[in-house]
Design a protein around this ligand. Structure first.
Ligand code: ADP
Length: 503
């Protein structure tokens, strides 16, 4: 199969979160399964420099842009996956992150940036980018690629389209003026298409027009059809439920494997768990915490946003402190959460360590050096950190939601007796429920045999990519065998307008 994989971030080129981990490893797994998969990203400066050798493949002129866009070609580092970078300096050549400046403020022209990216992807998809290559299927990811299925929907002989939701909370919403500036079909401003409560929604392009929608865990695929998780899009997702499914993300165990991880102070395996200790000491040093005999170390790494539930942890600090434990947090995000954590670290310098930054090496050390991994997310489409922590023998404490519900098996008496337990799960989004789970975890930590069993069960659980990649391949095949025609394409007027919306 020829597959074009379109994404706004991919490890190791550029990363803000789990989307990059998936985009850096799924294409590689598909390639290993003998598929011709090619990756396309915007040419951010960081991606250009991480990609190494690149050559100019072609120039394409896109609608809505006067200067031609250059398509650079290289390889996803360390793989045989062909990489295209869409190089439009006016849109992408700037310091800062892929979506925000260095101060954490959204780029004001994000709509134009990702509309241009979507047009470039669509041109490649229709073999109009001078590459002499035609994909059978375009795999789009999150709102930044949401316009691709919409742009392609009514094209004759188009490839099939799959839209993957990595996080429904990010929708790419823009006002009417921004929409008109994008010069897209006016018909799209309708609640049946891309308009959403008087805003223009990029993600609706994927949700309305893609041949199939999937998300990154079976539980999240069910949750987003309810008001509690649907972010206002639950009605549309219910309408499309015959073509909506969940495939659990894999973990890239080449990058996340404690036995081979070069970013650790000491490698270890399920048979040499005592070596994990050297990582705990290195982690305590990195966070300026003293060693405290018998104190378990709880760790968290992630974006500091409402979704991740760190407000509960901040609320519980006084109770946690009494429990003879230490806590380390690595992350950055919302100012009030950053401040709350910093204040806690100032107040309890011997028990709480906080680093407000993005540091990949420290993230690995934290997975290895913590005794328990805290993840009290309100919602979690898949969540990779709990999967990594399982592999690192660091039992996670998670809320029963999304991909965490699909990967963590609670240490109940029954699961412990069966040997299947690998972490601690709580239901209610409350400080009380979280604290009860922490207490259960601390109780188990005190019983060394039970604890080792729990660690080993987590290390043995296998969430590697080949299985998930097989599920994706089966889904791709199904889309090729069973294409759909959007009702819009049967109406001549709309078809004409869409045809004019050249890429
Ligand atoms: P999300 O995609 O919602 O951010 P995931 O758990 O799916 O959450 O993936 C998060 C990924 O980003 C993990 O690989 C994690 O290690 C990484 N990450 C998040 N914040 C940081 C940080 N401050 N420093 C280093 N890595 C981070």
């Amino acid at each position: 199969m020829n597959i074009l994989f379109a994404t706004s971030e991919a490890h190791p080129l550029i990363k803000t979160g789990g989307l990059a981990d998936v985009s850096g490893s799924l294409p590689r797994a598909l390639k290993a399964a003998k598929q011709e998969v090619r990756l396309v990203l915007p040419a951010y400066p960081a991606a250009i420099s991480a990609a190494g050798k690149l050559k100019l493949e072609s120039d394409i002129v896109l609608a809505g842009s006067h200067t031609p866009v250059r398509l650079l070609q290289g390889w996803l580092p360390g793989s045989r996956v062909r990489l295209y970078l869409v190089d439009s300096p006016q849109h992408f050549a700037r310091p800062g992150g892929p979506y925000q400046d260095d101060a954490g403020k959204e780029w004001p022209d994000n709509a134009a940036r990702f509309a241009l990216f979507a047009r470039a992807v669509s041109a490649i998809a229709m073999n109009r980018a001078g590459l002499d290559w035609r994909p059978d299927l375009v795999h789009c990811n999150d709102w930044q690629t949401g316009l691709v299925p919409a742009l392609l929907a009514c094209r004759a002989q188009r490839p099939a389209t799959l839209f993957t939701i990595h996080n429904l909370a990010y929708q790419g919403l823009f006002d009417w003026d921004t929409f008109t500036g994008l010069k897209l079909p006016q018909e799209w401003w309708s609640s049946e298409r891309l308009e959403f409560h008087d805003q223009f929604s990029f993600i609706k392009g994927g949700l309305v027009y893609a041949d199939w929608i999937n998300t990154v865990s079976p539980t999240y695929a069910r949750e987003i059809r309810t008001a509690a998780f649907g972010c206002g899009l639950e009605g549309l997702l219910q309408y499309r439920q015959d073509r909506l499914s969940g495939i659990l993300n894999g973990a890239d165990y080449r990058v996340w494997n404690p036995a081979k991880d070069k970013l650790l102070a000491q490698t270890y395996s399920a048979r040499t768990l005592e070596r994990k200790r050297a990582n705990k000491q290195a982690l305590q040093r990195a966070f300026g915490l003293p060693e405290r005999a018998g104190f378990p170390l709880l760790g968290h790494v992630g974006r500091l946003v409402d979704q991740k539930g760190l407000d509960l942890v901040i609320e519980l600090i006084p109770q946690l402190i009494q429990r003879r434990l230490q806590l380390v947090v690595l992350g950055s995000g919302q100012p009030e959460l950053e401040q709350g954590l910093r204040a806690a670290a100032r107040q309890y310098p011997e028990q709480i360590g906080v680093r407000i930054e993005y540091d990949e090496q420290l993230a690995h050390l934290l997975e290895a050096g913590s005794d328990l991994f805290l993840m009290p997310s309100r919602f979690e489409p898949c969540g990779l950190n709990q999967i990594y922590s399982l592999r690192y023998g660091t039992p996670p404490i998670v809320r029963h939601t999304g991909g965490m519900a699909d990967t963590v098996i609670d240490a109940t008496d029954e699961h412990l007796a069966a040997g299947s337990a690998n972490g601690f799960v709580f239901d209610e989004m409350s400080g009380e429920a979280l604290l009860a789970a922490v207490d259960r975890a601390l109780g188990c930590y005190g019983q060394s045999q039970q604890w080792t069993q729990l660690q080993r069960a987590g290390m043995a659980s296998d969430f590697s990519w080949p299985r998930s990649a097989d599920d994706y391949l089966a889904l791709y095949q199904r889309l090729l065998d069973d294409p759909v025609e959007h009702p819009d394409c049967r109406r001549r007027g709309v078809r004409n307008v869409q045809a004019e919306a050249v890429f």
